[in-house]
Design a protein around this ligand. Structure first.
Ligand code: SAM
Length: 273
């Protein structure tokens, strides 16, 4: 039997289609999401409805974003879901989640078994809308979940950890083996919960600077920060911020990265005035 065919649909690799087939895993994810009537639930990549059906059962309405035209069409004629669904047949990367939240009139609860090929850029896209989002539950490659939750002084700690934790509290929920999917992916998976901070713990004045510093630092993660960030900060400045210049990118906390970004913003502002 062709293991890429699930419920009569041939899984498309380019859309990262790995369909959940394990009822225990599906039930555990839905329990973790805990959808309630009258919440603005939004699913990215509903596919053949493995999560959409049990979530939809509990709700009167549900928004879904599905890029695959055939799958979106199937949902349009789904026996019990169709009348409850608002279907956006589009790339989730182009979705304006702030507008969607304004249309529904509530902060969004976003969830999905994400296409792994776009999961990191999609996370960054969603981070730019955290004001409009109450929480997010995603199935991702386990390695990506490890990076999202990682703290300093670990190999998995990187730019994604810093940016995710800048915006959100990040909680690992459950690990999922390849056998839970058709076709099985080559990697282990895991579900993560991301809850945007209501008050940012370390607000920065200019996000582009935080983005620039973390990119520079982690692109040269084996170098000490006095070298990797040497064109932005002198050793004296690093010392004054309590950042040990002999440490590497992975030893610097989220709070310290934010402090560095604000230092740079203040320096630029004082130059301009
Ligand atoms: N939710 C289903 C499940 O758990 O069985 C399907 C998950 S599958 C890993 C990812 C789904 O996302 C597919 O249905 C795929 O067509 C859809 N998809 C892929 N790229 C997308 C994108 N850029 N925007 C929205 N949906 C996308």
């Amino acid at each position: 039997m062709n293991n890429r065919v699930h419920q009569g649909h041939l899984a498309r690799k380019r859309f990262g289609q790995n369909f959940l087939n394990d009822q225990f895993v599906i039930d555990s994810i839905v329990a973790a999401i805990n959808p309630q009537k009258n919440q603005a639930m939004v699913e990215i990549g509903p596919g053949l409805g493995a999560l959409t059906e049990p979530v939809g059962e509990r709700l009167d309405k549900l928004t879904v974003i599905e890029l695959d035209r055939d799958l979106a069409a199937r949902l349009q004629t789904h026996p019990f879901l169709a009348p409850k669904l608002t279907i956006y047949q589009q790339d989730a990367m182009t979705m304006n989640f702030a507008e969607l939240s304004a249309t529904i009139g509530q902060p969004l609860r976003v969830f999905g078994n994400l296409p792994y090929n776009i999961s990191t850029p999609l996370m960054f896209h969603l981070f730019s809308y955290t004001d409009a989002i109450a929480d997010m539950h995603f199935m991702l490659q386990k390695e990506v979940v490890n990076r999202l939750v990682a703290g300093p002084n670990s190999k998995a700690y990187g730019r994604l950890s810093v940016m995710a934790q800048y915006y959100c509290q990040v909680i690992p929920v459950l690990e999922v083996p390849p056998t839970a999917f058709t076709p099985p992916p080559k990697v282990d998976s895991a579900v993560v919960r991301l809850v945007p901070h209501t008050t940012l713990p370390h607000p920065v004045k200019d996000l582009r600077l935080l983005s620039r510093i973390t990119t520079e630092a982690f692109n040269q993660r084996r170098k000490t920060v006095r070298n990797s960030l040497g064109n932005m900060f002198s050793v004296e400045e690093l010392d004054a911020m309590g950042v040990d210049p002999t440490k590497r990118a992975e030893n610097i906390s989220v709070a310290q990265y934010c402090q560095m970004a604000n230092h740079l913003a203040d320096r630029q502002a004082s130059k301009e005035s």
